[in-house]
Write a protein that binds this ligand. Sequence first.
Ligand code: PXL
Length: 287
Amino acid sequence: MLQHNQTVAAIHDLSGVGRCSLSVILPVLSVMGVQACPVPTAVLSTHTGGLGNFVFRDLTDYINEALRHYQELELNFDCVYSGFLGSEEQITHCAEFLEAYPKALAVVDPVMGDHGKPYKTYTGQMCRRMGELVCRADLITPNLTEAYMLLGEEYPTVPLTVSQAKRTLVRLSGLGPGYVIITSVEMADGQMANLGYDKEKNAFWRVDCRYVPVSYPGTGDIFASVAVGALLNGDSLPMAMERATEFLELCIKTTYGYGTDPRMGVMLESCLFWLTKEQTLTRYAGL
Ligand code: PXL
């Protein structure tokens, strides 16, 4: 059921080209009927993944000043949702933001890396300190690389069995969050899957993904923002996971078919309409 006037403080970077972070998070949340209030952590000319010498302007001082202003205005947010951070100090400011709104749904996308490697601007210390945000979160949405970075374990070189996957989800929820979603997990049965865990219900979920042999930046941001919009609109955890998975498949398949430069991200503009339509969600399964 659509709950009106939901507001999200979205603490992410703004990358001008390459369709990631706020450039995709704002349209996704808007089209889902949720008001997204951007709190930019940095401004970049492009994302950091293979488009050359990107311009990077750090906005560390901005975050806590913006928070102070919102507190002066006695504004409330239904959700605080953080992602890509520009500096280590921003972890402290993000934690303050989460603490300022204890009733808000706290979503931490621990953006740090992909394909087993950290992103260019992420230092070891930033990765280690990400735990300070994760422990304050109701929901975290790491990819498999980030999941293992959070646990301080080696990235697995072989697909995961169901029991390994469950153990990883439970260990992540042990860091704090009641809901854990891990994206793009290669399972031992040959499927790629998005996995979820609800600590209170002790329920494990999976939504299998249709494989496409190209990787695009920003897909983690699109997945997490659809899941956030869906939960704020009243979806259950597995429904939110399925909605996000299906939408991403539409974005990826559409883009793959046009054969555009993968570094430019997915063709979000051609796909946003899907989020405005009612969907029957029956693909999710227990893990
Ligand atoms: O989509 C994650 C992301 C966000 N922001 C910036 C990035 C990336 C991934 O490469 O470079 C700036």
